[in-house]
Design a protein around this ligand. Structure first.
Ligand code: FES
Length: 110
């Protein structure tokens, strides 16, 4: 058995560790997800990839936004809230608590 070579090919593309998935499936679209996606793509965010996503399995709570690799979920995101999300979370590293999806990020009452 041979061992793995230590010189793996270097991928000729910048790695984007952070990714924003904006659900563009039917239910989220009815709730305005296209405008949310447009708001994300209108503002270039360094080292962050924004992609349209198929259903994230949380229909009815949209527009749903999932931030990877941290697995942070935002629900009911409105286009005019996107800049806050970018500024606080993606650039500032602080979750926007009032926009977090309650099912996956339950908030303590006190
Ligand atoms: S349609 Fe967006 S979560 Fe299902």
């Amino acid at each position: 058995m041979t061992t793995q070579p230590s010189n793996f090919p270097i991928i000729d593309q910048p790695l984007s560790p952070k990714c924003v998935r904006v659900c563009q499936n039917r239910t989220c679209k009815k709730q305005g997800a296209a405008k949310v996606f447009a708001a994300f793509t209108a503002l270039p965010i360094p080292d962050v990839t924004v992609t349209a996503s198929s259903c994230l399995g949380q229909c009815g709570n949209g527009p749903m936004v999932l931030i990877l690799p941290e697995m942070v979920w935002y629900s009911g995101v409105q286009p005019d809230e996107v800049s806050l999300l970018i500024e606080n979370h993606l650039l500032g590293g602080q979750r926007v608590k009032q926009m977090l999806y309650y099912r996956f990020h339950p908030q303590k009452s006190n």
